[in-house]
Design a protein around this ligand. Structure first.
Ligand code: CA2
Length: 146
């Protein structure tokens, strides 16, 4: 069964505990459980990881090569700053879908820039926890046509 790594970056461990007006009341554990249930329906395996550390996220991306068939990444604020994460995603040559809970294009200008978009197959943002499920749909479809 094809496996997908779902990677969450800095501060996403706080999901559901603060700023519910921006990020909703769903916790990261809820998001991960929904992803696991949705992946099962799609015939995919998922592994979920979260880190607040850029290097740990890069290590997880490197380790995905040969293990996972694709990546779903919410890199949090590193989306807007990290050339290192962008290079890591490019280096593993796995299809990566960039996700965000909020619509980053409707927010502050500094959130409109995404280094990850340059190497991702696509970006899904603004649909809350549903963004992750849409990313899994996109990868499942890609796996069936390739
Ligand atoms: O909308 C998204 O998913 C973001 O990736 C979330 C990041 C933000 O920096 C990006 O611009 C957009 C922030 C994640 C912080 O999550 C929190 C959750 C609850 C309370 C505080 C922070």
């Amino acid at each position: 069964m094809t496996s997908v790594l779902i990677l969450n970056g800095p501060n996403l461990n706080l999901l559901g505990t603060r700023q519910p007006e921006v990020y909703g009341r769903t916790t990261l554990a809820d998001v991960e459980a929904s992803c696991a249930a949705h992946a099962e329906k799609l015939g995919l395996d998922v592994v979920c990881t979260q880190s607040n550390h850029e290097g740990a996220l890069i290590d997880a991306i490197h380790a995905a090569k040969g293990v996972h068939g694709g990546l779903v990444i919410n890199a949090g604020a590193y989306t807007h700053t990290s050339i290192a994460l962008m290079d890591a995603v490019a280096s593993v040559e796995l299809p990566a879908v960039e996700v965000h809970l909020s619509n980053i294009h409707a927010r502050e200008e500094f959130r409109h820039v995404s280094y990850l978009s340059k190497v991702a197959v696509g970006q899904i943002c603004g649909f809350g926890a549903q963004s992750y499920l849409m990313a899994l749909d996109a990868l499942a479809h890609r796996f069936t046509i390739s």
